[in-house]
Ligand binder design. Structure first.
Ligand SMILES: Cc1cc2nc3c(=O)[nH]c(=O)nc-3n(C[C@H](O)[C@H](O)[C@H](O)COP(=O)(O)OP(=O)(O)OC[C@H]3O[C@@H](n4cnc5c(N)ncnc54)[C@H](O)[C@@H]3O)c2cc1C
Length: 453
């Protein structure tokens, strides 16, 4: 059952005393600011209505958290559902490659958290989570503490630059001057400006190893930037340095687009891990000793689970990436804490890190949580997430390729693999145009589902 405001205040004073005893620093109250003690994630309850309803707190308003918030409220209407998100508005990564080359408007990508919460009857709480007390069942946020009965951590990814460099100065320069563009917001704006302002030369994009966010997106981005150079008559070329031995998904479709549409505009170099960055002279060196000069770039490093997982003490290395969620791969419950779930791109399973995967998985996780709240004796059977992914290869008109797939667990391998794969990798003619329309309709359908927009 949820803690009341009074119980939370009691917890706050215990926490403050404990911290004082251990010598941890708090913001000391001063005569100018008598309230400052504990004002940031240190024991002040968040301004939320008191209720005795079972409380489900979801951290992260991305594709996963938005879907779980909506469907938990739908399947357990008596629950109080709170979505905690640090951003003030939602920006979609899917379709952002089309915005980067000016083929769609920004409004198409931007959505309203308040609308999502109004339409789906949950609370949107705009704050950053800075701590999780799994014993007391309380999260600390930049705007006060929130007690939970069930907690979902859906914080997405962080970047892992460690295989490229251990030098924090170089890492900061890479993050600032050549952002990957795989987290929405400033990175996408930087990338768009780089592309629209590009004059001539090599534009380097990279594909990391491991299970990175959105397998087809770097190849889609290469096609669309090449298309933009071609359309604008820019004497530029996209150099796509892929750490993998081959295109990781929709191989036939992307390879034929590279060759037939962008023979003069894309150079695809598989198995090309960068081992040295010379940013001052704008050169990189690959494992094979090739030195490649560039006029501009977006360097996409490996990914890992969001650092929030470590803050919460629920992270461990997966077989693909560092520090992903330490969960039961069928129920999404954190090992040792069945009231905490981790979902979305932070999960350790080899599912495609995609929005559609996160959305369909979110419906299943919401059923699990609702079954507990509704006192069901049996938990819902495992359901496979569904990966439905369209990728644009040209922009006027939009031509696209697509893949649909589910997952099955292989007992021998102790891992999930694709099943029921249906790929449509023909991008030319009517099929390609229909896939292009499918891409736009898919996105509208997903936004409608999450926001009722
Ligand atoms: C360029 C690009 C193209 C893509 N194309 C497609 C596509 O065509 N189809 C498709 O299905 N998928 C696509 N994807 C993948 C898709 O965007 C991701 O798989 C999806 O966003 C994952 O959802 P998520 O909820 O796990 O993470 P996110 O969407 O990243 O959401 C995580 C949220 O948690 C919040 N958060 C993190 N830490 C905290 C904290 N401490 N406190 C509060 N809030 C916090 C973040 O602000 C963020 O809003 C694409 C991705 C990119 C980058």
């Amino acid at each position: 059952m949820s803690l009341t405001r009074r119980e939370l205040l009691k917890f706050s004073s215990i926490a403050a005393v404990a911290l004082a005893a251990t010598g941890c620093s708090l913001t000391e109250p001063t005569s100018e600011n008598p309230e400052s003690m504990g004002s940031v994630g240190m024991g002040t309850p968040a301004e939320l209505a008191e209720t005795d309803a079972p409380k489900v707190v979801i951290v992260g308003g991305g594709w996963s958290g938005l879907s779980i918030a909506k469907y938990t409220k739908k399947f357990a209407p008596n629950a109080e559902v709170i979505l905690v998100e640090q951003r003030t508005e939602f920006m979609s990564c899917p379709l952002s490659n089309l915005w980067v080359v000016d083929a769609i408007k920004l409004e198409f990508l931007m959505h309203d958290y308040l609308q999502a919460s109004r339409e789906n009857n949950y609370t949107f709480f705009n704050a950053t989570v800075v701590g999780v007390d799994k014993t007391q069942k309380i999260i600390s946020t930049s705007d006060g503490d929130i007690a939970y009965d069930y907690l979902v951590l859906a914080p997405g990814i962080d970047y892992d630059y460690s295989e490229w460099t251990s030098d924090p100065v170089l890492e900061r320069r890479l993050r600032t001057e050549y952002p990957a563009g795989f987290k929405p917001g400033s990175e996408h704006i930087s990338l768009r400006n780089k592309v629209l302002d590009f004059e001539e030369g090599n534009f380097i994009l990279t594909v990391p190893s491991g299970n990175y966010r959105c397998l087809p997106a770097p190849y889609e981005r290469a096609c669309l930037i090449a298309d933009y150079f071609k359309k604008e008559g820019i004497e530029g070329k996209v150099i796509l340095l892929d750490e993998n031995p081959n295109i990781t998904i929709k191989q036939d479709g992307f390879r034929s687009a590279f060759e037939k549409l962008y023979g003069d505009y894309i150079e695809y170099l598989p198995g090309s891990k960068i081992i040295n960055f010379d940013l001052d002279n704008k050169k990189v060196e690959t494992e094979f000793g090739e030195i490649i000069e560039f006029a501009d770039a977006a360097f996409y490093p490996k990914v890992r689970g969001s650092k929030l997982l470590e803050i919460a003490g629920v992270a461990k290395d997966s077989r693909f990436n560092k520090m992903e969620a330490d969960i039961n791969v069928f129920t999404y419950e954190v090992n040792g804490y069945p009231e905490i779930y981790c979902t979305g791109d932070a999960r350790p399973m080899g599912f495609s890190k995609s929005g559609n995967t996160a959305n369909t998985e979110g419906v299943y996780v919401a059923k699990q949580i609702a079954a507990k709240i509704n006192g069901k004796k049996e938990m819902p059977a495992w359901e496979s997430p569904l990966t439905i992914c369209f990728s644009a290869v040209a922009m006027e008109p939009i031509l696209a390729i697509s893949i649909n797939a589910g997952y099955a667990y292989d007992e021998k391998q102790k891992a999930f693999g694709f099943t029921d794969v249906y790929a449509n990798e023909k991008w030319d003619g009517r099929v390609g145009k229909n896939n292009g329309k499918g891409l736009m309709e898919w996105a509208k359908g997903m936004y409608r589902d999450m926001f009722n927009a």
